[in-house]
Design a protein around this ligand. Structure first.
Ligand code: C2E
Ligand code: MG
Ligand code: MG
Ligand code: MG
Length: 283
């Protein structure tokens, strides 16, 4: 278990566990293209609801139904795909899938509806992604106003100029743009005045600490307040109980998603009644 990876004369000790995980990583990295070709990826959808409990959209969350490893989660394979230069192939696959699913998805909404697609920082560097999006919307007759793109602040800021240009075009087309996992990345807020977004997404970490930490409550409230002052809408993720939802509503949060309403599920498992989320116990 010795490796010279760090260079001549410097040895790193690998444990059997590390060797296993390295093998798995390689295996995943080498299987992405074939996985796409073999339709091993699947999009799960998690509903987003407004303060009345009505569905206003879904977030598309990818999983990999791997022939050997079973269901592999995006936190494991997305970074691997990014490192291996394969992320944009995955992103395109998700965009295509969501467009195909759109007629079915829209049925769950009472009013306006958006399906959200996560983008990685690498996606924004490719000049062709905009064209791919435009062409796919055209092909499947998708209204851009039914789509939102989510990007983390760190991904947005990795290449500020390119991101701005990309999202200006995306926004002009009619798609919405959300800043994902807000509050967990950069500390400078000055860029918020210079970017073209519609929504701030409050990270799950803050939501999970609403009941246990006064500081998290204050930070969550401040993020919502900041968004409102910038005329942005706010969506909080990771709502697991009524108390968290109540706090968010009281502080002006517009929309939420979380296990309290639904885990991400395959499209066939989205519940049949749009009023489901209005269930008495929630309101
Ligand atoms: P994200 O975009 O911040 O997505 C929210 C994550 O929180 C999802 O994890 C979701 O299942 C989870 N979540 C939602 N509500 C709750 C809750 O109430 N409790 C708990 N414990 N978790 C909740 P998931 O699906 O494992 O995705 C993880 C991350 O992987 C996503 O974070 C996103 O950054 C990335 N990802 C997922 N799909 C894609 C994709 O198609 N493309 C790209 N580039 N990234 C993706
Ligand atoms: Mg997201
Ligand atoms: Mg998020
Ligand atoms: Mg998150």
């Amino acid at each position: 278990y010795r490796s010279k990876a760090r260079g001549r004369g410097s040895y790193t000790l690998f444990t059997p566990d590390m060797v296993e995980s390295h093998k798995r990583k390689l295996h995943l990295a080498n299987g992405i293209e074939q996985g796409i070709a073999n339709d091993e990826f699947v999009v799960y959808y998690q509903v987003k609801v407004n303060n009345d409990g009505n569905v206003i959209g879904v977030e598309a969350l990818i999983r990999w139904q791997h022939p050997e490893f079973g269901l592999v989660m995006p936190n494991e394979f997305i970074p691997i795909a990014e490192q291996g230069g394969k992320i944009t192939a995955i992103t395109r696959w998700v965009i295509n899938r969501v467009c195909i699913d759109m007629p079915e998805l829209r049925r769950w909404a009472v009013g306006a509806f958006r399906a959200s697609i996560n983008l990685s920082g690498h996606d924004l560097r490719s000049n062709q992604l905009f064209d791919y999006i435009y062409n796919t919307f055209t092909l499947y007759d998708v209204n851009p106003e039914n789509i939102e793109f989510e990007v983390t602040e760190s991904a947005y800021l990795e290449n500020f100029t390119l991101s701005n240009k990309f999202f200006r075009r995306i926004g002009n087309m009619g798609c919405a743009i959300a800043l994902d996992d807000f509050g967990t990345g950069y500390s400078s807020l000055s860029y918020l005045t210079q970017i073209n977004i519609d929504t701030l997404k409050v990270d799950r970490q803050f939501v999970s600490e609403i009941q246990s930490s006064e500081r998290s409550r204050l930070v969550t409230g401040a993020i919502i307040d900041l968004a409102k002052r910038l005329s942005l809408s706010v969506c909080a993720e990771g709502i697991e109980n009524l108390e968290q939802w109540q706090y968010l509503k009281e502080h002006g949060c517009d929309n939420v998603q979380g296990f309290m309403f639904s885990k991400p599920v395959p499209i066939d498992a989205l519940v049949t009644s749009p009023s489901h989320y209005k269930a008495e116990e929630f309101i």
